[in-house]
Design a protein around this ligand. Structure first.
Ligand code: NAD
Length: 487
């Protein structure tokens, strides 16, 4: 029996495996074939409450450790994850459909990087400062609840847990029920690395049962969530009842703005490649390509050539660029939006509805044809809604100010990319774009800079010092020293 089968109806609570009190486990589906590849518990409210109790019990001792002592534990987790990179990458490619190179080089690498980075930030962080006659201290919140999406399953769990733990909190995680298996590996690593019991707890199950119970539990001081804007709103509503702190990383519909003075071919090709990473299943994917109207035909021809080069197939095979989307639900959602694009009058440049032709057993997987739409107007669903599949829309603009208006014309504001050969020009445009993350040309993601969204893309930030501070309370202690008169 593999360790996955051994623990398939267990949660990681209080440093050990505990049998789920929920009903029948939830099957985990291999996105490549539609076949069941494992199970994870459908946890109950009782399971969740037991995990919160374990986290509450562990918090005083964890908080009392120095940042260096906590850092040692986090680095041991990072080492343990690094030892299991191949296994993590394979599981995630099968669950999510990510190509093996993305799974290995990003999905399985960023988690240990987050653990080490969070440890280092805590070790050098000024937890106390003086402001005139006040000593301002930053303290852990207590127990943090983390609820995560499926598209970068281990990264989303670890970026939250790492920073929360480094700050002295204990954590209860509810991973996505669609991609829970890498979180099980994290639990095995935590047991092996002897992380103190209760510091990290993982309860598997659905959002409406385990997720909502986590938000409602009064011993949970803050909730950090990554997922859809729909679920984020529900979590905010529930948390408001206890005025509980919430950090939300939600959806996006991010523009790739190609300015007149850009390296046009590089900008357009980059836009296609970015949109297709993880088969389009990325909150920050650049899913809208904004080009000058006079260059639409040129853009379409570059895009079509680039998309035709993409190899769709088994993500575990070398040379494959685009794997399946995660589930039949997601496949149907993507198809629904492709059809909506056609019905609303957009034109397919390449791709289209239906499955690409693939041999058995991939013919039962959730593959989507990489698709690009032209003649897209801002009122169309494909210009406004997050598709979360390999679908790009091209939007034409007549002036730079129209490009900015188009870029800002969605409910989202997570990411934007601006292409120009003149960095000052790009910076000026960056100042007018409503997004938490703005990339100039192909500048790589900086994992120390704050990450998060404007508008309905979220609340709060992750990564680096900004992300760390989300897990701290601020206390001002007023003293009788250094009193400065008010006037
Ligand atoms: P989802 O909202 O359906 O689920 C996310 C998590 O929330 C899951 O663990 C789910 O079980 C839980 N959940 C669902 N309903 C809940 C409820 N009522 N109460 C508590 N928990 C609940 O999202 P998904 O389909 O897993 O992921 C895709 C979405 O995530 C996309 O919208 C994507 O943009 C977003 N996302 C955002 C970021 C970011 O950093 N901004 C990163 C990755 C994914």
């Amino acid at each position: 029996m593999s360790t996955h089968e051994l623990h398939e109806n267990q949660h990681y609570i209080g440093g050990t495996w505990r049998e789920s009190q929920g009903e029948i486990p939830i099957p985990v589906i291999d996105a490549r074939t539609g076949v069941i590849m494992g199970n994870a518990p459908a946890g109950s409210v009782a399971d969740l409450n037991a995990a919160v109790e374990a986290a509450v019990a562990a918090q005083p001792a964890w908080r009392a450790l120095t940042p260096q002592q906590r850092g040692k534990h986090l680095r041991a987790l990072a080492d343990g994850l690094d030892d299991r990179r191949e296994e993590i990458a394979t599981v995630i490619s099968r669950e999510v459909g990510a190509t093996y190179s993305l799974s290995y080089n990003v999905q399985a690498v960023v988690p240990s990087h987050s653990l080490r980075t969070a440890a280092a930030i805590a070790e050098s962080y000024p937890f106390s400062e003086e402001i005139d006659n006040s000593i301002v201290v930053r303290e852990p919140i207590g127990v943090v609840g983390a609820i995560t999406a499926w598209n970068f399953p281990l990264h989303l769990v670890t970026v939250k847990a790492a920073y929360a733990m480094a700050a002295g909190n204990t954590v209860v995680v509810k991973p996505s029920e669609f991609a829970p298996l890498s979180a099980r590996i994290l639990a095995e690593v935590a047991i092996y690395a002897e992380l103190p019991p209760g510091v990290l707890n993982i309860v598997f199950g659905t959002g409406p049962v385990v997720g909502e119970a986590l938000v409602r539990n009064p011993a949970v001081g803050a909730v950090t969530f990554t997922g859809s804007t729909r679920a984020g709103k529900r979590i905010s509503e529930l948390a408001a009842d206890q005025v509980k702190k919430v950090t939300l990383e939600l959806g996006g519909k991010s523009p790739n703005i190609v300015l007149e003075d850009a390296d046009f071919k590089a900008a357009v090709e980059f836009g296609v490649a970015d949109c297709m990473v993880n088969n389009g299943q990325r909150c920050d994917a650049l899913t809208r390509l904004l080009v000058p109207r006079s260059r639409v035909a040129e853009a379409e021809s570059i895009v079509a050539a680039k998309v035709r080069e993409l190899v769709v197939g088994d993500p575990l095979e070398e040379g494959v660029d685009v794997g399946p989307v995660i589930s039949d639900i997601q496949w149907n959602r993507v198809q629904d939006l492709i059809q909506a694009g056609i019905d609303e009058g957009a034109r397919i440049v390449v791709g289209g509805p239906g499955r690409p032709s693939l041999p058995e057993p991939l013919d039962s997987g959730y593959f989507v044809k990489p698709t690009v739409f032209g003649d897209v107007t801002p009122d169309m669903r494909i210009a406004q809604e997050e598709i979360f599949g390999p679908v790009l829309v091209i939007q034409a603009y007549d002036s730079e100010s129209e490009a900015i208006d188009l870029a800002n014309d969605t409910i989202y504001g997570l990411h934007a990319c601006i292409w120009s050969d003149d960095e000052d020009h790009a910076m000026k445009v960056a100042g007018k774009v409503d997004a938490g993350l703005v990339k100039i040309n192909d500048g790589p993601l900086n994992l120390l800079a704050p990450y998060g969204g404007y508008k309905q893309s979220g609340l709060g930030r992750e990564y680096g010092r900004f992300g760390f501070e989300e897990f701290l309370e601020v206390k001002a202690i007023t003293t009788t020293h250094n009193v400065r008169p008010w006037s």
